[in-house]
Design a protein around this ligand. Structure first.
Ligand code: ZN
Ligand code: FE
Length: 255
């Protein structure tokens, strides 16, 4: 039986995710925005929490850890570079290392920029990527601790995953991201189609994720900083992608 994913809303606009391995019963929470919402998801699915896979140290991704660990005695896996800023960590991981969840194996990708030690978890056989606050649908995280080139490099790393990889991110920001992206690429057909789709999803009370890497490459302006028409649209024709990316990110900060 394939891995199962249960997605649920947390806090005001965070996503909670449970990843379940039916072969062994192992179940991971990807981040722990709030214990109560994770508990409710465990109740609903009947799964037993064995692990928490932390993407970065921000409170809206870690506040639920203490309570969940106390109750479930689960293992907490976190980025090595941020371990000192996250409580109750059992295992620290970095680039290229593997994390075992029952019979499932995640490869750790370091994706710094939003925070300096942010990591993503990539389950290659399952075609699943959990990217925290690095990549959002039609957006990306604010560059808070890292540099613009660092964030561009992280996004480029995620962009190189197979097109049919299903991406789960940390927040439901899609509609606002689309409004911004259309100011730069008003004629991008993939973006316009995504706008229609996301509006319908939200109107129906549905989340706008997961999304595939292939779909994001076509519609997410932050992954398109090396597309000549995008560089030209922000007045930076011929400039390196990290420079174009920085301009797009700064415009989004001001929007
Ligand atoms: Zn964050
Ligand atoms: Fe966040």
């Amino acid at each position: 039986m394939p891995a199962q994913v249960h997605l649920f809303p947390c806090l005001s606009d965070n996503f909670g995710v449970l990843l379940h391995d039916p072969a062994t019963g192992a179940t991971a929470a990807i981040d722990a925005p709030e214990a109560a919402a994770v508990e409710a998801a465990l109740q609903k699915t009947g799964w037993k929490l064995s692990d928490i896979l932390v993407t970065h140290h921000h409170a809206d991704h870690t506040d639920g850890i203490a309570e969940l660990k106390e109750r479930h005695r689960c293992r907490v896996i976190a980025p090595r570079a941020e371990a000192s800023r996250i409580k109750h960590v059992d295992v620290v991981v970095g680039e290229g290392e593997s994390v075992q969840l029952g019979s499932l194996t995640a490869k750790v990708l370091e994706t710094p920029g939003h925070t300096s030690g942010h990591i993503s978890y990539y389950f290659a056989p399952e075609k699943l990527a959990f990217v925290g606050d690095t990549l959002f649908s039609i957006g990306c995280g604010r560059v808070i601790e890292g540099t613009m080139p660092m964030m561009w490099h992280s996004l480029d790393k995620l962009r190189q995953l197979p097109d049919d990889t299903q991406v789960y991110c940390g927040h439901e920001y899609t509609l606002a991201n689309i409004r911004f992206a259309l100011t730069i690429e008003p004629d991008n057909a993939a973006l316009r189609a995504r706008a229609k789709e996301a509006e319908q999803q939200r109107a129906g009370g549905q989340p706008t994720i997961p999304v595939t890497i292939g779909a994001e490459k076509a519609a997410n302006v932050f992954l398109r900083a090396d597309v000549p028409s995008v560089a030209a649209a922000v007045g930076l024709a011929g400039k390196p992608p990290e420079v174009v990316f920085a301009e797009i990110r700064e415009r989004k900060n001001r929007s």
